[in-house]
Design a protein around this ligand. Structure first.
Ligand SMILES: [Zn+2]
Length: 413
């Protein structure tokens, strides 16, 4: 027994030495699989480009606020589809019947200053603190067309949402070479509101997902597992597009169709990663109601999971894996993990698959207290943001690209 174990140890040792020697013989320093994987991720993250990311956001803003059901929303779906096709990622459409959720009770307005010790709960299990502002989503949210000062945008956004009915959303898939039957879902919502350009909410997340689709579908990139890039519709007002996807496709997971074809129309879900409002982190409003005009130096990417989800534990693990990827691959801004993911398209998935969201701020405590003055407002326009803002979205892109490239086993030829 002791003899056999020492033989195994000996063989393993010889194996390692041969691998190291071979590595040195081939290319100088030993190139072990982990190093090779890291090198591939670095190459892919290096293909992200701030100007390209901005150009994709700008492209989305030509359709105004992309309000669900309108012609401008449909035109945006068509445009996204054409872009995905041009990246070499074959687009598909999910068709569903939009049924709005029952109208929620309007939340009570917030005090401008939450007193010491006063407990005011926000959405998702959060607790609000400090100074709040009316742009918290509790006040009026960009429904008066005359509030849009720009006449071009007034004309572009003039059509109101039609009655509930059939709607569509688009996605495309990088098919895995080893496990085409398993995938990560990388999503953002392409619809918006507020009669502006929905540049931050959620042109910034949509452009991030599109840029990742472009990079992962380059001809020289392979992934062991599949990755699906989804641009949800009908997020505003209750994530109905994401909910429709989960309802229609959960039971199709992992099924080969047709049998023996090697094709998996709905690979098994391994993780769902949502991106929603990626640009603005200027801090808490000031006591006099003004806001910091600059991105705050301490800006961060907020990665959230939901502690009440059935899969909270693996979602938390996924969130910290993303935080580690941020430390490895993001150039400027750090990431923080929180436990109150809410009000976005990862919610319909969170009891079915480990799910997280990435944002500019925590949705409950920060956005929910009015930290972003452009939230759902006519001023959510491309021109309202500077490179310091766009760079936060870029850093979120670096974070997700780095994490998903590792998880899906990306290699570059
Ligand atoms: Zn949003």
């Amino acid at each position: 027994m002791r003899m056999r174990r020492s033989v195994i140890v000996m063989c393993a040792l010889v194996g390692v030495l041969v691998t190291i020697a071979l590595g040195q013989w081939v290319g100088g320093a030993p190139l072990l699989p982990q190093d090779r994987a890291d090198a591939a991720v670095k190459v892919l993250v290096g293909r992200l480009d701030l100007e390209r990311y901005k150009a994709t956001i700008k492209g989305l803003t030509q359709f105004g606020d992309r309000l669900q059901g309108t012609d401008r929303n449909k035109a945006a779906v068509d445009w996204i589809e054409a872009q995905l096709l041009s990246y070499g990622c074959t687009p598909e459409r999910l068709r569903y019947d939009f049924v709005p959720p029952p109208a929620a009770q309007p939340a009570a307005p917030l005090p401008r200053q939450i007193a010491s010790g006063e407990v005011i709960n926000g959405v998702g299990g959060s607790r609000l603190r400090g100074v709040t502002s009316p742009s918290s989503g509790r006040g009026p949210a960009g429904t008066d067309l005359n509030a849009q000062a720009d006449s071009v945008l007034r004309a572009l956004n003039a059509q109101p949402a039609p009655p509930p009915g059939p709607r569509e959303e688009v996605y495309c898939t990088k098919i895995g070479t080893m496990r085409p039957d398993e995938m990560y879902i990388v999503g953002a919502h392409m619809d918006g509101r507020g009669l502006g350009e929905a540049a931050d909410d959620d042109g910034s997340g949509t452009a991030l997902v599109m840029e990742l689709a472009r990079i992962f579908n380059s001809a020289d990139v392979q992934t062991a597992r599949s990755i699906r890039f989804v641009l949800w519709n009908n997020e505003e007002g209750g994530s109905r597009g994401a909910r429709a996807y989960a309802e229609q496709r959960a039971l199709l997971q992992g099924k080969e169709d047709p049998p023996g074809s090697g094709k998996y129309p709905e690979p098994k879900w391994l993780g769902m990663i949502q991106h929603d409002t990626m640009l603005w982190d200027h801090g808490m409003p000031r006591a006099d109601g003004t806001v910091n005009p600059e991105q705050r130096a301490e800006a961060d990417v907020n990665i959230e999971f939901q502690s009440t989800a059935k899969l909270a534990d693996p979602a938390m693990k996924l969130a910290f894996l993303f935080r580690d990827a941020n430390e490895k691959y993001a150039t400027d801004y750090p990431a923080a993990v929180g436990s109150h993911m809410t009000n976005t398209d990862s919610i319909p998935f969170m009891d079915l698959v480990p799910s997280i969201s990435l944002r500019e701020n925590e949705r409950g405590m920060q956005l929910g207290a009015g930290w972003n003055p452009h939230y759902h407002q006519p001023t959510d326009r491309y021109s309202s943001y500077t490179d310091k803002d766009f760079r936060l979205g870029m850093n979120a892109a670096q974070t997700t690209l780095g994490a998903v490239a590792q998880l899906a086993g990306a290699t570059v030829k």
